[in-house]
Write a protein that binds this ligand. Structure first.
Ligand SMILES: [Zn+2]
Length: 884
């Protein structure tokens, strides 16, 4: 699963949770009602199948029965958002003989439970508590004996409430989108999301990651709908009643949480890698861009297969974009589901795409799908690898700088997160399985794998992965299996590495000091691990590059004490001593190099991080004699992110020959990367210099939305009238970037005639937090205009109550509250004006009518705000509202 991390919201919060879409929960009655026909009753549950309320330690699920095969026949009631299912589940005892079976089945109506027998099925006794189905088998089965259970049931995902899970609203398993077809902006669709244990919200199974089974799924849907599931479609039959039934079969075993289905009016764009079908399912509108969005997939499959030495295992690879998905994407076996932000036009893709998600999910087809983590405690065996898959693809396709850029973001993400959560990668202790989907399992884990690769070397690293994949394929693994594979290949006992990085929390905090003793001709590097005294001391193999007289020598050291000093002989004082030359350590550090060393580093050390560290060192030292040279070097870097950071941070105090200024101006129009042009334009906007106005204005015709919106904001600083005029020519652009920029300009400058335009933007799906906030400023200025206010309020009420995202609802509630305050101020003004009029005139009559109107409007608004606040269900938002 790829979690989408959200944005820094202006002045609000940095959200670090899986919250791309927070669905409102639907309330439910009647859950747990057993409507079994025939002998529905409760029997005493044998002790070995009672799920013990977990203590902090979370063991792997004890396997009593193994799933072998699941055959499902499903159809849907779109009005009630129910699924009718017939399940044929083949199982066998794992080792010990047993006469009972427990299945996960969440919030179903169970109609029939039978043992499939030639010559007539046998009705079985069962009990059902709305989450587990306990079945008494007809006899004791031995481990070589398979048996098949038939269950007919109704799943009611929208009426499901899952107890005790933070992801309560996102655990429905099956989602109907725009079921009643009332939303003109969305197609009608259904799709599923199994991870972690939500497949059992739409079919009975043993919903644990240490289960593997084959599947066959028949879906009956209306004509015109396209279906997708795991494996290959083996038949598609018309039923002659406006529906058809598609059957999908997956003959290789995989875990229940990776079972998927999707149906809707998708357009399918076909592609392939050699004989393998590689298809893209998306909205018709975006079909022309499908190859631009997903088109690198075949090359990616080829690259991963070769890099790992293990070919792609599944019979096809499809990728489907759905609406309102609960996370970024999900790596269901052979059929990955993506959120709708994947759908971009070519022009939108100039400013960035989501290819990292594509590589992440594809790498899961090996790590997660071919080998599955045995328990959620071992989730990094899925997620750290998928995150590292992003690195591998970027490194291969776009070069090491691009990959290291991502790696650095991951490290920062983890370090930020580690301020509030300190847990080992492999987490045997947790309260809720959803907790482990975090920056430790993903971002830190990816970095740990990178460090392991740098430690053992590329050849050993990839051979170890091949060994691990081949010895556990179609099975499950815990972290020790990974260690054993690395030990087998390298011959080294790696418990120290795995204990330290996989099984223990935290990271070292390093202080690095340098000295050169010209008498003894020694370079002295003093390393201190300054993390808290009670935290562990890390064993750190470190590369040190010494640059002296035009040559570079690499020294390898191992730090294993809290404080250590290393000396290297060196005839002359070196130009640079570069500690952690690979930049692979997972740590925080203060690297106390001199300005001369950092200035040398940006010119001569090879890595993205080398140049970034040097830029960061000089960014607040504009009075330093190296400053201009270093910044100019940054602006001329081959890597766009370095140029962007340089352009963003530059100050011109020390721009000796005006070279920096000249460079920034030329970058604003000529840099090939839109982020760099935007950063340069942002700089120009801060100079308060009308000589650069023309450059900014020309950028309003750029191909990139990011550049245009930045130019608009920059122009606003210099000449607001011009910015306002320019904005009006951009009203037909539907890009979020542009609309946000227009919102910003109109908030302070537009009159009542722009209300219709702003409302039309607010009424769109996926309205942004920024736009709602900007509109709040506009509305406060317009608060005396009856027509504007009346039209505005109903739209804001709708967003405040119904938007899927809590922070957007928050923006709308805030806007309403600010409007109330603005009304109160307006009321005072009118009151005073009325008091100053001595005799009855048309004006005084108007004032009296206005006062009456605003008083009524205010009390209605007050009531409405209270009712919106009371009916809010999201915990985050409730907390914020309470504290206000
Ligand atoms: Zn993932």
């Amino acid at each position: 699963m790829k979690i989408t991390y959200l944005f820094i919201l202006t002045g609000l919060l940095f959200i670090l949770s899986q919250c791309s879409v927070a669905h409102k929960s639907s309330s439910v009655d009647n859950i747990g009602e057993t409507t079994g026909e025939g002998d529905s009753f409760f029997y005493e549950i044998p002790e070995d199948v009672i799920e013990v309320r977990p203590a902090a330690y979370q063991p792997s699920y004890t396997i009593i029965n193994d799933l072998v095969h699941t055959q499902l026949k499903v159809s849907f009631d779109w009005k009630k958002m129910h699924l009718f299912g017939k399940a044929y589940i083949t199982l066998k005892p794992h080792f010990y003989e047993t006469d009972s079976l427990r299945l996960d089945a969440k919030g179903f109506d169970i109609h029939q439970v039978e043992l499939v027998k030639t010559g007539g099925n046998l009705t079985l006794k069962y009990s059902y508590d709305s989450s587990s189905l306990y079945i008494s088998l007809d006899k004791k089965y031995r481990r070589e004996e398979q048996y098949t259970i038939y269950i007919s049931y109704t799943a009611k995902p929208n009426e499901l409430q899952v107890k005790g899970s933070a992801a309560i609203n996102d655990a429905r398993g099956l989602y109907f989108i725009n079921a009643d077809g009332k939303d003109p902006e969305k197609p009608r669709q259904l799709w599923t999301q199994g991870e972690t244990e939500s497949s059992s919200a739409w079919f009975p199974t043993i919903d644990k990651p240490n289960m593997k089974m084959t599947t066959e799924l028949s879906m009956t849907v209306e004509d015109g709908f396209v279906t997708l599931s795991n494996g290959m479609m083996i038949s598609s039959k018309s039923n002659g009643d406006g529906t058809h039934t598609d059957t999908w079969k997956m003959e290789l075993p995989y875990a229940p949480y990776l079972v998927m289905m999707a149906a809707g009016p998708f357009t399918v764009v076909k592609d392939h890698f050699k004989e393998l079908e590689v298809n893209y399912y998306l909205d018709k509108k975006y079909a022309p861009y499908a190859k631009k969005i997903f088109g690198n997939t075949p090359e990616m499959i080829d690259f991963f297969s070769k890099r790992l030495g293990v070919p792609y295992a599944w019979p096809k690879y499809s990728q489907v974009v759905v609406h309102d998905f609960v996370t970024g994407a999900m790596e269901n076996v052979s059929a990955t589901v993506f959120f709708d932000k994947m759908q971009q036009t070519s022009r939108e893709m100039i400013d960035g795409n989501h290819e990292d998600i594509i590589s992440h999910e594809l790498f899961h087809q090996w790590f997660g799908d071919l080998i599955t983590c045995e328990s959620w405690s071992n989730l990094p065996l899925n997620e750290s690898f998928a995150t590292y898959g992003e690195y591998l693809w970027n490194e291969y396709k776009y070069g090491r700088d691009e990959a290291d850029f991502g790696n650095n973001n991951d490290l920062n993400h983890y370090l930020y997160y580690s301020r509030s959560v300190n847990a080992p990668l492999i987490r045997y202790e947790y309260d809720d399985k959803e907790e482990v989907f975090d920056a430790i399992s993903y971002q830190k884990g990816g970095r740990i794998l990178h460090m392991l690769r740098k430690y053992v070397g590329d050849e050993a690293f990839f051979l170890s992965l091949k060994t691990y994949l081949e010895s556990n394929r179609f099975g499950t693994a815990e972290v020790h299996q990974l260690r054993l594979a690395f030990e087998k290949v390298t011959g080294e006992d790696l418990n120290w590495f795995f204990d330290q990085w996989f099984l223990s929390p935290g990271h070292p905090i390093l202080d690095i000091q340098y000295n050169y003793d010209s008498i003894s001709k020694l370079v002295v590097v003093t390393l201190n691990q300054i993390q808290d005294a009670e935290d562990m001391v890390f064993r750190l193999p470190i590369n040190v590059d010494i640059y002296e007289n035009g040559t570079k020598t690499r020294r390898e050291i191992v730090m294993n004490k809290r404080q250590q000093t290393f000396s290297f002989s060196c005839d002359t004082k070196p130009d640079l001593v570069n500690t952690d030359a690979d930049k692979s350590l997972v740590c925080e550090k203060s690297d106390n190099k001199s300005d001369t060393s950092f200035a040398f580093q940006i010119e001569h050390a090879p890595l993205f991080m080398d140049r970034l560290e040097a830029l960061q060192f000089f960014s607040d030292k504009s009075d330093n004699s190296f400053y201009s040279r270093v910044m100019l070097r940054g602006l001329n870097d081959t890597m766009w992110a370095i140029r962007t950071i340089a352009a963003q941070n530059i100050v011109l105090d020390n721009d000796l020959n005006g070279e920096l200024k000249k460079k920034i101006i030329s970058m604003a129009s000529s840099d090939p990367k839109s982020h760099v042009r935007a950063a340069a334009i942002e700089q120009l906007g801060q100079w308060n210099d009308h000589n650069v106005e023309e450059v900014i204005e020309n950028s309003l015709r750029d191909s990139s939305y990011l550049v245009i919106s930045t130019a608009l904001s920059a122009l606003l600083e210099l000449d607001s009238i011009k910015a306002f005029e320019a904005a009006q020519f951009l009203e037909n652009d539907s890009s979020d970037e542009i609309i946000s920029a227009l919102g910003n300009i109109y908030s302070n400058l537009a009159g009542p005639d722009k209300n219709d335009f702003l409302l039309s933007q607010l009424n769109k799906d996926d309205v942004s937090y920024d736009l709602v906030s900007s509109y709040g400023i506009y509305l406060s200025r317009m608060i005396g205009n009856r027509e504007v206010v009346q039209e505005a309020l109903s739209t804001l009420y709708d967003i405040a109550q119904n938007d899927d995202r809590w922070y957007v609802r928050f923006a709308a509630i805030n806007t309403l509250m600010n409007s109330f305050n603005a009304m109160a101020a307006q009321k005072e003004t009118w009151k005073n004006q009325l008091m100053q009029t001595t005799k009855e005139t048309e004006e005084s009559q108007n004032l009296a009518t206005n006062l009456e109107w605003i008083t009524t409007e205010m009390s209605a608004l007050d009531l409405k705000i209270e009712s919106i606040k009371t009916s809010e269900t999201d915990e985050n938002l409730r907390r914020i509202l309470k504290s206000q």
